[in-house]
Design a protein around this ligand. Structure first.
Ligand SMILES: Nc1ncnc2c1ncn2[C@@H]1O[C@H](COP(=O)(O)OP(=O)(O)O)[C@@H](O)[C@H]1O
Ligand SMILES: O=P(O)(O)O[C@H]1O[C@H](CO)[C@@H](O[C@H]2O[C@H](CO)[C@@H](O)[C@H](O)[C@H]2O)[C@H](O)[C@H]1O
Length: 476
């Protein structure tokens, strides 16, 4: 199905969207393809009917970047709501007004802001229809009756994707940048849900787009348990550091809000998630040659990072020596891991810690993110977060001279205390010591992550670049 779109309106909408990863690059909208229309509910189990003039569709926008030599493209998912009349309540989500080939003259909105449109998505998950007008396939896992009356609320803080809560019952994540094949967030949540893991939000369902022409499947969205009582792990860690800084002379363990017990619980949760992943995804061995490639890949990332952050140069020799240690290892076990773990991917509920967002590192192609990796990558990710939290609070605190020195000393103490608690609990839960091979892997992944962070901060939050650079400075 193709349709006449208004390219300039859509281009303007994409360019200012939070989830658009191409900001600052030279790009254009090279195609728009309508891939399906959300079906209207049949009435069964659905009291409220959508307005008769509403049509909700999914379009895929192809964005092409001008690069030297070859064109690079990304596909973005746009759920759109077409109304015959303007809708005052969602005026902030208006994309434009144009004549559409399918629906005639219409006012077009970002459907995720619209409760009426979201009710159609929820109804489709509640009673998955046969594909209608397109190739959309809604899937459900058994075990939970959806609250189809729940109203939708779009999360405001999301970055790479868009999340919509349905009351306090379920949460739908709409993947914005889509690629063919399995999305690790869906695949891993499905496996962990079916395995009865208590450390993830249960998966309720997902939406596939099956391209009939090519036989390719894209995963467009997932629906999961809404964690009603959740507090963000990053926010909790910051609060703990602030408590420590509010007390002039006390040590972390003497202050209310000490985080070490939570860090230990996080270590246990991660070990349990790793065990479940090892039981349900392939576990493989990597030999000395593979480890040589890993060291080479880390060196390559460092070389590329030097162009973005020249200040890394003074740490180059030591970083390369850390990666080089990998070449001395014989064999290492790898398995499915989280891939981008940090405190912002953890939620503390009354029932313990949950880990979210199994999509992996945003910069990697999706297919690579389902490749087995070392568990020490995830451990390193969390340890880096324990370093970030006190440094972020210290950066915004007032007072310099001896006061700042004292704060920095206590920041390091907070990081060391929580790192130790986390690592001890993680290894104990796995029933193994942190042996020399694991230490080598952990050091290499820590170094690799700091380099990644230096690039990430230089590009996204230059004011925070000092955080990874200070970490490198401390270990020289
Ligand atoms: N099941 C859930 N219940 C409640 N909040 C959640 C749930 N899953 C994720 N969140 C919160 O939603 C936000 C976005 O989640 P995330 O999976 O990280 O999305 P993105 O892929 O856009 O980064 C985060 O603030 C996260 O803490
Ligand atoms: O959440 P994302 O998957 O988009 O991850 C990216 O952004 C993170 C920042 O939000 C970034 O994490 C870095 O900053 C965190 C504090 O904001 C800190 O806790 C992490 O340890 C640090 O790496 C992450 O690296 C990036 O991939």
């Amino acid at each position: 199905m193709s349709t006449e779109h208004h390219t300039s309106e859509i281009t303007g909408w994409i360019s200012q969207a939070r989830w658009f990863a191409g900001k600052g690059r030279d790009w254009e909208l090279t195609s728009l393809r309508r891939v399906g229309e959300l079906p209207r509910p049949t009435g069964e189990g659905q009291t409220a009917q959508p307005p008769p003039e509403l049509h909700v569709v999914i379009d895929l926008a192809e964005v092409t970047y001008a690069t030297d030599g070859e064109d690079e493209t990304d596909l973005y998912q746009l759920p759109l709501a077409f109304y015959a009349e303007p809708q005052e309540r969602i005026s902030h989500a208006l994309i434009g007004e144009w004549d559409d080939e399918d629906f005639g003259h219409a006012f077009v909105y970002d459907a995720l802001h619209d409760r009426e449109s979201m009710a159609l998505w929820l109804a489709a998950f509640a009673a998955p229809p046969s594909p209608v007008r397109g190739q959309l396939e809604f899937h459900r896992l058994p075990g939970h009756d959806l609250d189809v009356e729940a109203h939708s609320t779009l999360f405001s803080g999301e970055q790479s994707n868009s999340s919509v809560a349905f009351g306090e019952d379920s949460l739908m994540k709409v993947f914005r940048k889509v690629t063919p094949g399995v999305n690790p967030d869906v695949a891993i949540h499905r496996v962990l849900t079916e395995a009865g893991s208590t450390h993830v939000a249960s998966l309720y369902g997902w939406l596939d787009l099956v391209d009939e022409d090519t036989g390719t499947t894209f995963q467009l969205a997932m629906l999961q348990q809404f964690l009603r009582t959740a507090s963000d792990g990053w926010d909790l860690a910051l609060a703990s550091v602030r408590n420590l800084f509010a007390e002039a002379d006390l040590h972390a363990e003497e202050v209310g809000g000490d985080f070490a017990a939570e860090a230990a619980r996080l270590g246990v949760a991660l070990a349990e998630v790793h065990a479940d992943l090892a039981a349900h995804f392939p576990v493989e061995q990597r030999d000395a040659a593979d480890l040589g490639h890993l060291a080479g890949a880390m060196e390559g990332r460092l070389d590329a990072a030097l162009d973005v952050v020249p200040a890394l140069a003074e740490h180059r020799t030591r970083l390369r020596a850390t990666y080089d240690q990998l070449r001395g290892l014989d064999q290492v076990e790898v398995q499915q891991v989280h891939g981008d773990l940090h405190l912002g991917q953890t939620l503390r509920t009354v029932r313990g810690w949950k880990i979210v967002d199994f999509e992996g590192e945003p910069a990697k192609p999706l297919a690579d993110r389902l490749q087995p990796d070392s568990v020490w990558r995830d451990v390193a990710g969390m340890i880096r977060s324990f370093d970030y939290a006190p440094r972020v609070v210290a950066m915004t605190a007032s007072g310099d001279g001896p006061e700042a020195d004292q704060r920095n000393y206590r920041a390091s103490e907070w990081a060391a205390r929580n790192r130790a608690a986390f690592l001890e609990a993680y290894t104990t839960q796995r029933g193994e010591e942190l042996g020399s091979s694991a230490r080598t892997l952990l050091d290499a992944y820590l170094a690799d992550k700091v380099v990644y962070e230096a690039v990430y901060e230089a590009r996204n939050r230059p004011g925070w670049l000092s955080i990874p650079l200070a970490a490198l400075g401390e270990t020289t």
